[in-house]
Design a binder for this molecule. Structure first.
Ligand code: DQA
Length: 148
């Protein structure tokens, strides 16, 4: 079974009530349910982690080296600030897909730069909760290509 680590970064635990005009009204629990449903259909085992702490996110990425075949990550605000998270993704070397609910290219200037995207296989941004579903398909695609 394909194993994937899926990480939600800071403030994503507040989805549903957080700036609903930008992030929608779907809660993180609902998004996680959608993810698990899709994962089951794709034959993937997804472990989901949410943390507001940069170090915990770094540790989750590091530990994935031992058991995961890919990482899906919404680094949230750390996208734009965290050299540590970028370095962890680069160090571990697992295929990683960056996800954003909102289209970060269409927002404030400071959100246009992603420190993490250059060390990821690709980025999916702007499709709301469906960004995570698209990322599952991308992860499956990458893993299958690697196995060929
Ligand atoms: C986000 C976009 C980030 O700029 C922001 O800091 C977030 C959420 C998104 O999913 O759209 O917290 O990653």
């Amino acid at each position: 079974m394909t194993k994937v680590l899926l990480i939600h970064g800071p403030n994503l635990n507040l989805l549903g009530m957080r700036e609903p005009d930008i992030y929608g009204t779907t809660t993180l629990a609902q998004i996680n349910e959608m993810i698990q449903q899709q994962a089951a259909e794709l034959g993937m085992e997804v472990t989901i982690v949410q943390s507001n702490h940069e170090g915990e996110l770094v540790e989750a990425v590091q530990q994935a080296y031992d058991w995961a075949q890919a990482i899906i990550i919404n680094p949230a605000a750390y996208t734009h600030t965290s050299v540590a998270l970028r370095d962890a993704i680069a160090a571990v070397g697992l295929p990683t897909i960056e996800v954003h609910l909102s289209n970060i290219a269409d927002r404030e200037d400071f959100r246009h730069q992603s420190l993490t995207a250059p060390v990821c296989a690709g980025q999916i941004s702007g499709f709301g909760p469906a960004s995570y579903i698209l990322a599952l398909h991308a992860a499956k695609h990458i893993i299958e290509e690697e196995q060929e």
